[in-house]
Design a binder for this molecule. Structure first.
Ligand code: FUB
Ligand code: ZN
Length: 636
């Protein structure tokens, strides 16, 4: 049975939102061409070999495979982003993409297998190191790119390549005679096979996606058996003592209760689980998703929507452990949380899912990219104390604090191309619809057309959200219900309607019955709010953060001098200031601790002065040189 709530065809969603148009433009004009150069090794970087690896695997170039085992995915994510750009009217990269697709096609083996690392370096180890080899992960990104490219251009070449490989995978893995009862060490293939099923209708893709979810966590553990085999050729030394929870294979997914292990792996798995629960109307799987959702969003997520708090294993730790300065919060992990959230929003009318998408978008996701689109954070800390950079040993370990400045290229370049594909497909997070209702999940200037109630409804939004809290939504064409998310951060909202009847709130959405020409005007109170964390988050004890609408703010040294001597005042008395970030900064009331002229002094001798504190949107930190930064601040 198909899902009741669906996303409109991406080609039918036009995003004109000023903030996101700026990012989309930057992706199309700067990031995609730069990433193309990187793929082609033209950046003077010693780390760029992706396309040559395909040539070597295809026999058109002599040489050695170089780079990480999953390097092929850089090309696949680039193609996916190019496809989404084409949906948005930017078709200038299509000829380069077609060239690349031919090179990829030449690297495909006669039986459909496609992976440059194993083809060039270890053909004898094919499917023998699922734990570390990323073959199924890379295949998943190939499939995602192929589906996006086909949907955008109608061209079948990449889809055919991907489908041939998927057919090989479906034949290779399973519980049947001669099949491997294994599953990927890094999830991704599952959600990709669901996409391939959607576009081809071939049941075997759905069946294999489900197989990969169902056989994970079986005893004995497949991945552990691989790793413990004396013949095993280790790829990542840090995985030597393998803990199956790293890849969420410690327990069957349907029985998992807490979010464990590597964050991106966990979220890709949950995304596929949510897809399958919805498509197959599987209540047990849906409940497992909800349990995991509650754990991550109520216990293990930063205020920014960042997840995976430790760099050791890029992983979740325990409830409440959300250190600010050493926050890992990988950009890909934030993106993958949005992916899970969006799929959950298709399974139920519940605004909490789209609330999290919004939290991710304006905070933990946007922070991953510099304002000029040239450099990236892999890790997204919530505090930078430059003092700690002057210490050689920190908490007994050699200093390894998160970097303080974004960089242009990484050895493991997963995040930047994930940013490009996310930005160019942002439309899919805005709307969804079912047989009689169009849902507005995100407020961005945009419009879409959906087939509904036997006709076509056109829905458009005009807004400068989240700089401003007013949103006008118009509905024309076929009569339809409109369900508008009331954001959970919003404490006061007014709604006016013309040619539409207000039906009240359900699941956090305000419903309207709209006639042709309906106009809904919403006004969300955007007054800044002081936020306090749950006591379980010891790190934030006694501290506060400031949010305005969905946007989290931070203080930087570049504006405020010593930010650690500051405390915001409970009244805030905030004034917006335009610093060109696309969303205003805020000047708020506060105090600065001056001390008493001694290293230690009785508290009543400490002097303070009143001051104004400049807060900027968190996503804009580290764009004006190296600086102290903190989200969670003192209050006085
Ligand atoms: O392993 C492939 C990708 O590299 C992961 O998704 C990221 O977390 C990074 O480890
Ligand atoms: Zn990443």
């Amino acid at each position: 049975m198909a899902s009741k709530i669906t996303i409109p065809d991406l080609k039918k969603i036009r995003v004109t939102d000023p903030l996101f148009s700026h990012y989309a433009d930057m992706v199309a004009k700067k990031m995609i061409p730069v990433q193309w150069e990187i793929l082609n090794g033209k950046q003077g970087q010693s780390r760029c070999f992706c396309i040559d690896n395909f040539r070597i695997a295809g026999g058109t170039l002599q040489g050695e495979h170089r780079g990480v085992v999953f390097g092929d995915t850089d090309a696949y994510k680039w193609l996916e982003a190019v496809a989404y750009c084409a949906n948005n009217g930017e078709t200038e990269y299509i000829s380069q993409a077609d060239e690349l697709i031919e090179i990829i096609g030449q690297a495909q083996q006669p039986d459909g297998y496609l992976n440059t690392y194993f083809t060039v370096c270890h053909p004898e180890l094919r499917w023998k190191n699922l734990t570390e080899g990323h073959e199924l992960y890379s295949a998943g990104h190939l499939i995602e790119a192929a589906v996006a490219y086909y949907n955008a251009t109608g061209k079948r070449r990449l889809l055919d390549i991907a489908a041939r490989f998927a057919d090989l995978i479906c034949g290779t893995f399973g519980d049947g005679e001669g099949q491997l009862p294994g599953y990927p060490g890094h999830q991704e293939i599952e959600l990709a096979l669901v996409k391939l099923w959607r576009v081809t209708g071939e049941e075997r893709y759905l069946k294999t996606a489900r197989f990969f979810i169902d056989c994970r966590g079986r005893t004995p553990n497949y991945l552990l058996r691989e790793m413990n085999d004396p013949q095993h050729k280790l790829i990542f030394p840090e995985l030597r003592s393998y803990d199956p929870s790293y890849s969420q294979s410690h327990v069957r997914p349907v029985e998992q209760k807490t979010m464990e292990g590597h964050a991106v792996r966990a979220m890709y798995q949950c995304s596929a689980m949510a897809d399958l629960a919805d498509i197959q109307q599987d209540e047990a799987l849906r409940n497992a998703c909800q349990t995991l959702w509650d754990n991550v969003t109520k216990r293990r997520m930063y205020i920014t929507g960042g997840i995976g708090s430790t760099r050791v294993g890029e992983a979740f730790t325990v409830d409440g452990d959300l250190p600010n300065e050493t926050a890992y919060a990988e950009t890909c992990a934030a993106i993958s949380l949005a992916m899970f959230a969006q799929r959950m929003s298709l399974t139920a009318v519940d605004s909490r899912y789209a609330d999290i998408v919004e939290r991710v978008i304006y905070n933990g996701f946007l922070s991953g990219t510099s304002l000029d689109g040239k450099s990236f954070f892999y890790e997204n800390p919530l505090s930078i104390d430059l003092l700690n950079r002057r210490i050689k040993y920190w908490r007994g370990n050699e200093v390894r604090l998160p970097i303080t400045q974004r960089v242009e290229v990484f050895d493991c370049s997963c995040c930047p191309p994930n940013v490009t594909r996310f930005v160019e497909s942002i439309g899919k997070y805005i709307y969804s619809y079912d047989s009689d209702t169009v849902y507005v999940h995100q407020f961005m200037e945009s419009d879409t057309d959906v087939a509904i109630n036997g006709g076509m409804a056109h829905v458009s939004q005009s807004t400068d959200y989240p700089s401003d809290g007013s949103v006008t939504i118009r509905v024309s064409g076929a009569p339809a219900k409109l369900a508008v998310r009331i954001p959970s951060w919003c404490r006061d909202c007014s709604a006016g309607a013309e040619r539409a009847e207000n039906l009240g709130i359900n699941g956090g959405y305000l419903f309207f019955d709209c006639e042709d020409g309906a106009k809904i005007e919403l006004d969300f109170d955007m007054s800044p709010v002081i936020i306090s964390a749950d006591p379980s988050v010891h790190e934030d004890s006694g501290k506060v953060a400031v949010m305005r609408g969905p946007v989290v703010y931070c203080a930087e040294g570049v504006d405020n001098g010593d930010i650690f001597s500051l405390a915001v005042s409970p009244e805030l008395n905030a004034e917006p200031v335009d610093l060109g970030f696309g969303i205003p900064a805020l000047d708020v009331d506060g105090t600065r601790k001056l001390g008493a002229g001694a290293l230690y002094a009785p508290a009543d001798e400490i002097k303070y002065e009143s001051t104004r504190i400049r807060l900027i949107p968190y996503f804009a930190f580290a764009n004006r040189g190296e600086s102290d930064m903190q989200v969670w601040m003192n209050i006085k």
